[in-house]
Ligand binder design. Structure first.
Ligand SMILES: Cc1cc2nc3c(=O)[nH]c(=O)nc-3n(C[C@H](O)[C@H](O)[C@H](O)COP(=O)(O)OP(=O)(O)OC[C@H]3O[C@@H](n4cnc5c(N)ncnc54)[C@H](O)[C@@H]3O)c2cc1C
Length: 369
């Protein structure tokens, strides 16, 4: 297929979801992925949390697509037997200042249209989460967890059954625009080069999406598409403490991140993370020396934790449009026709809640194609 109708760059959860949405109509679609399999980037290095939509700015794409995507994702998981659970979450305050912040946060969530949010006091928290120390909390019953690998595996299978071709081990190394066509240059893992042409090109290359936009000729500085990397590390909590918590527990969010929180496996195992710091390079090492910092930040609200419970686990890297100290930016999901790039759709800065929003993002892209 040298001239597919659509080329999607990147087989993370976003590229896979878009492949499904676009393959419902009879089109020739190729997904090009540089790794040997789907979901080797941010999509397999995250907290696997289905967010309810509390944190994001009203009317932003993050808020709208998170809420729509959350319900689409629960429905998809039910219909396709994807392992998932809805334990709900508590965002806890351990002092008066944080309790005040919770008041603003719950208003923001309700303003976004998040259903069933409630403020709890110390006694109510003790009843549903006896192992947690907090004087107030926002209870978000719609927050859940999902097996991301199984989700992506199923997305890929459905797309393949509809005729989508997945080209793994194939890296996009150049894009030449010729009138209405994009000539996409690809190098495979054996060093062979090939070129495919398409009228519709979708850039869902995650951490490398700015690079792809540049390849096509978009001025990423002028258009504010520059990406910054923010790393997040996780520490596992010893199995001795599995089952001690009933809900996901988050602190009151900090300026630039949600704060180190608990992550729960579907089998009840617990992790702490992710922290957040800007870095120039993409690597997935976890610094064991950070154990003490993780311990101290969570001990405030998880008094049962011992330092010896924590061991290094995994790390992920966020694709952020805001530099350190800048205020939060929204997802860029842009049809670039107005910049002279008809048929080119860029998805840049798809950080959290990208997993939750994935199916809604795909619908949004479908409406542009
Ligand atoms: C630490 C962390 C925690 C998170 N927690 C959550 C959470 O709990 N809930 C939530 O909703 N979201 C969460 N997210 C966000 C979520 O993981 C992302 O929004 C989502 O995975 C983005 O998917 P993607 O497909 O855009 O990117 P990716 O999964 O990174 O996929 C992009 C793909 O493009 C491929 N690619 C790149 N360049 C090329 C090229 N030149 N040629 C071919 N292929 C290429 C890459 O190999 C990669 O497979 C978290 C993210 C991080 C980092």
């Amino acid at each position: 297929m040298e001239k597919p109708d659509i080329i999607i760059i990147g087989a993370g959860v976003i590229g896979l979801s878009i492949a499904i949405a676009l393959s419902a109509k009879n089109r020739n679609i190729i997904v090009i992925e540089k790794e040997k399999s789907f979901g080797q980037g941010a999509s397999s290095r995250n907290s696997e949390i289905i967010h309810s939509g509390i944190y994001y700015k009203k009317d932003s794409l993050k808020a709208r697509l998170c809420i729509e995507g959350r319900e689409l994702l629960y429905q998809f998981c039910r219909e396709h037997d994807i392992p998932h659970r809805r334990p709900g979450k508590l965002i806890v305050a351990t002092n008066d200042k944080e309790a005040l912040e919770l008041g603003k946060l719950i208003d923001n969530g309700k303003g976004n249209g998040v259903e069933e949010l409630r403020l709890l006091g110390r006694e109510e928290i003790k009843k549903i989460e006896p192992a947690v120390n907090a004087l107030a909390a926002i209870y978000s019953p719609l927050t859940g967890i999902v097996d991301t690998h199984q989700l992506m595996k199923r997305l890929q299978r459905i797309a393949e059954n509809r005729g989508v071709i997945f080209a793994y081990g194939c890296e996009v190394i150049g894009i030449d625009k010729e009138k209405e066509l994009y000539r996409v240059r690809i190098a495979d893992i054996d060093g062979e080069d090939m070129t495919l042409s398409t009228r519709i090109l979708i850039n869902s290359a995650g951490l490398y999406s700015e690079r792809i936009a540049k390849m096509a000729g978009i001025d990423t500085t002028k258009n504010h598409y520059k990406l910054y990397y923010s790393k997040g590390e996780y520490f596992r909590i010893s199995n001795r403490k599995s089952g001690i918590l009933n809900h996901l527990i988050y602190p009151t969010p900090e300026e630039a991140s949600l704060g180190i929180h608990t992550v729960m496996d579907l089998d009840g195992g617990l992790k702490l993370g992710p922290n957040a710091y800007y870095t120039d390079k993409i690597d997935y090492d976890v610094d064991p020396a950070k154990r003490e910092i993780f311990y101290r930040s969570a001990k405030r609200f998880l008094p049962f934790l011992e330092l010896s419970d924590l061991s290094p686990d995994m790390a992920g890297v966020r694709a952020k449009l805001q530099a350190e100290g800048e205020s939060e930016r929204d997802f860029v999901i842009s049809d670039e026709a107005s910049k002279g790039f008809s048929g080119f759709i860029n998805l840049i800065g798809i950080e959290s809640p990208g997993l939750t929003a994935s199916l809604a993002i795909a619908k949004y892209v479908e409406s542009m194609v």
